[in-house]
Design a binder for this molecule. Sequence first.
Ligand code: ATP
Ligand code: MG
Length: 419
Amino acid sequence: MINIPKGTKDVLPNQSYKWQYIEDAAREVARAFNLKEVRTPVFEHTELFQRGVGETTDVVNKEMYTFEDKGGRSITLKPEGTAGVARMFIENGLASSPMPVKTYYITPAFRYERPQAGRLREFHQFGIEVFGSPSPETDAEVIFAASSFLDKLKIKGVKLEINSIGCRICRNEYNKALKNYFAPHLDKMCPNCNSRFEKNPLRILDCKEDGCKEIATNAPKITDYLCDDCKKHFETVKSLLAAQGVEYSVNSSIVRGLDYYSRTVFEFVSTQIGAQGTVCGGGRYDGLIEQLGGSALPAIGFAAGIERLLLLMENTGVPFPEENKPLIYLAGMDEKSRAECIKLAAYVRGNGACAEVDHMQRSVKAQLKYADKIGAKFVAVIGESELSSRVLNVKKMSDGTSAAVKSDELYSYLIKEDK
Ligand code: ATP
Ligand code: MG
């Protein structure tokens, strides 16, 4: 037998309704916020992620699925959604559309990581990206969209943490302060942080090694180094969030894993799914579009990990709606009535409801047993007398009551009685 690759998961037929529920919630929120869906390829040129995500990130350093295709190109399976959407935005000249351009996506993403609960090699994200607006109102709206999504799923106990990592100007000063602070500790820090120290000291704050984390606790805070514009921007974001009743706390150690962030960064974190607690992360990336060869256009977005949300919902007993069940099972006694079952099923299905018939040449008794197993809400047995009278004996499975229903009134009867 061939097994599933490490770090990947199947979604089984009796589990997919949970995925659909989460995805439907994402699409509803997207509609409410006037975000339009975009779909980009699962693979891109490797260079896109090297430039877009950044050479000093864990993602580019060690987590990418990169291979050479038969044409000798270096190809990478998308490790996140933003770089591809930014490429699409530039390549299709969307910079000339009325601003802002508000988009969302639901996509698989691939990272070569050590698999554990909430950390997979193929996982899925619901993300939004809004292009063209520098204003703090947009930051607040994007954060509000994420929090509306979590609310819609009735997820509790997730905390919003925000930070500002400033712009190029204030980050320059801050990086100097970080270097001064970390320099005497470098021999006790991981090799990765030693290289971050040279290339991008801010990244050190994102290290997952306990030793480095401990040293970083007393590092200077970015919020003490923000320039006046960045400070004002951050203050406005905070007051807009407060005005919308969104609770948050400022966590100055959030710098986000990817290189392209500037100013506002945020995470929604749960304490109930172990170490992989961040269910949603995002921020402003004002430099990315330009860095990828587009015009200097600001942008902001987030991505929520669907597997982590699912885990959180299952761990905390958040109710999922019921799985889809057939509205009616039509059991046939003989060949002629089985043909009538198929016709009636087509009529019910044509009205948009779910009907089921026998596929296994089962006896009527076995069909009824099966109907019960699959949770059909109503059952009707069709035989010679039903064929000639065109009246069905429809049994309601929840209370065992039966009613005589004209076959051409079956659908409206079912809908009325299903309430
Ligand atoms: P982490 O710190 O947990 O590694 P990250 O900063 O690498 O997260 P992002 O790149 O911001 O994560 O991705 C956004 C979201 O996607 C995360 O908050 C998380 O919910 C989800 N995610 C990221 N990596 C994985 C993974 N390997 N498996 C499952 N979900 C993931
Ligand atoms: Mg990561």
